[in-house]
Design a protein around this ligand. Structure first.
Ligand SMILES: *Cc1c(COP(=O)(O)O)cnc(C)c1O
Length: 469
């Protein structure tokens, strides 16, 4: 298995070579040169296997330069009852016949990002130890990503995490989740500014090539291929749980921001998983819904991004989208290069009316968007009808998923976070507090460990220098 850049300007690489990289050197994203396929027989053979075995079967198709026994051990150490609360890891809950919720948010930070990030933590530690190397992960978070990264990397040898967060802008629960970590390799940096300030600082620090090399700065953002690969696994899992035979198809409803989660669904479908539709749901920040409705992809300025009650989907552009467009244009890197040049110049490209856009139907994608009142109504409806509380992001997915539901095709709605993380919306919808999972009852009362810093890249660099060893 070799990985190539969507823009065609990088030498083919092996998995462990791209593992610790961000963008390809030509500015593109790494994708497999050819997507591995599961035959019908191979798919049936996976029925009834535990999650970790399934994960090995899928991941080994993408990771062929780590010895099988080592990969098996890494996976076994990741997908445990201890970390994910049950032997199922990602239980499939049935609301009514043909309508399911795939629970992806039972990991330590109560959001689906744990499903991949927990694996990444073990994988990074393993790969760094092999090379005798270290890494200082620098990131910016508005909530979920930062905590998923910190919980995945805490206590890992060779890894330090410097996570910038906007001081006083996260929910009390989210801040407590991150700031209460006492591990010596985790550094919470509360920036006196907004999320964009944090992101600008990360860009400025990573853009200083000398500092980056000297201080071994790395990242764990959503374009990391290992995260995508680990997310492919739960599409197989959800499919196998929702069906009895491989003659059946299912559709997935996916609340979407950076296009990482649903892109993994696209990869699973390309691998031969019988997926009918991939239903993409956005919130009020509908960049992607606009593309799938019209063929026009217009990125937003940060000032245009609306702050919504499903905040983990508040995006100006979708980082992983380039990988999907690579497939739409028939895997032609020159075409991708042209489109992204236009995007940089003019802020949009338009595929409407083209043969490329016609391929969208072949990939099974359909889309819709959901507003604040939609998600409140959906939370209420799901609670009244099925007695189940869902969070705002999951509600966006269910809302749009139901619009496309077809008789005879099971609809699997991905649960991306637990309601406890977004208590305000639950109060508004249901007039009560969300249930808190065991162990999180008094999280806000725990002692917190953080450094407050002015919104200045030089100050952050000094802080990293003082703590990066
Ligand atoms: C990150 C996140 C999303 C969006 O996932 P993408 O991979 O960025 O599309 C949706 N819901 C929750 C709760 C998230 O944390």
């Amino acid at each position: 298995m070799r990985y190539v850049s969507t823009r065609g300007g990088a030498d083919p690489q092996r998995f462990t070579d791209i593992l610790l990289e961000g963008l390809a050197p030509d500015g593109g994203l790494f994708v497999p040169a050819a997507v591995p396929r599961f035959s019908a027989g191979e798919l049936s053979a996976l029925r009834g296997k535990p999650y970790a075995d399934l994960a090995c079967a899928v991941l080994s198709r993408f990771i062929d330069d780590i010895p099988a026994a080592d990969l098996k051990a890494l996976v076994a150490r990741t997908y445990t009852r201890y970390a994910f609360g049950s032997d199922e890891i990602a239980p499939l809950a049935t609301l009514e016949p043909g309508l399911h919720i795939l629970e992806l948010s039972n990991g330590p930070t109560l959001a689906f990002k744990d499903m991949a990030m927990q694996f990444l933590g073990n994988l990074f530690e393993y790969a760094l130890a092999k090379r005798g190397a270290e890494i200082n992960i620098l990131g910016a978070t508005s909530g979920d990503t930062g905590s998923a990264a910190e919980y995945a990397m805490r206590g890992k040898r060779g890894i330090r995490v410097f996570m910038l967060s906007p001081q006083g802008r996260m929910s009390a629960f989210q801040s407590a989740q991150m700031y209460s970590l006492q591990d010596a390799n985790i550094f919470n940096v509360a920036v006196q500014g907004v999320f964009d300030d944090c992101q600008d600082i990360v860009k400025a620090v990573s853009g200083d090539a000398q500092f980056k090399a000297q201080r071994k700065i790395g990242s764990v953002n959503s374009i990391n291929w290992a995260r995508i690969a680990a997310q492919v696994v739960y599409y197989f899992w959800g499919y196998l749980r929702a069906t009895r035979s491989d003659a059946e198809q299912v559709s997935f409803a996916v609340p979407t921001g950076n296009f990482g989660n649903i892109y993994a669904g696209h990869v699973a479908r390309c691998m031969g998983l019988p997926v009918k539709q991939l239903v993409l749901a956005t919130n009020e920040n509908d960049v992607l819904d606009e593309f799938f409705r019209t063929g026009r992809y217009r990125v937003r300025a940060s000032a245009e991004v609306k702050a919504t009650s499903s905040p983990s989907m508040d995006i100006a552009k979708a980082s992983n989208f380039e990988r999907y467009v690579f497939d739409l244009v028939g895997r032609d890197p020159a075409r991708v290069m042209d489109l992204w040049k236009q995007l940089e110049r003019e802020g949009f490209f338009d595929l409407s009316g083209s043969a490329d856009f016609a391929r969208v139907a072949v990939t099974g994608f359909v889309s819709g968007s959901s507003s604040h009142s939609d998600r409140i109504a959906t939370i209420r409806r799901v609670f009244e009808r099925y007695g189940r509380m869902v969070d705002t992001h999951t509600a966006d997915g269910i809302k749009v998923g139901l619009e496309y539901r077809e008789t005879g095709v099971p609809l699997v709605c991905l649960e991306t976070a637990q309601p406890a993380k977004f208590a305000d919306a639950i109060r508004e919808a249901l007039g009560r507090e969300p249930v808190r999972p065991k162990g999180y009852e008094n999280i806000e009362a725990l002692p917190q460990r953080l450094q407050v810093i002015e919104p200045d890249a030089a100050a952050v660099k000094r802080y990293i220098e003082a703590h990066a060893g």
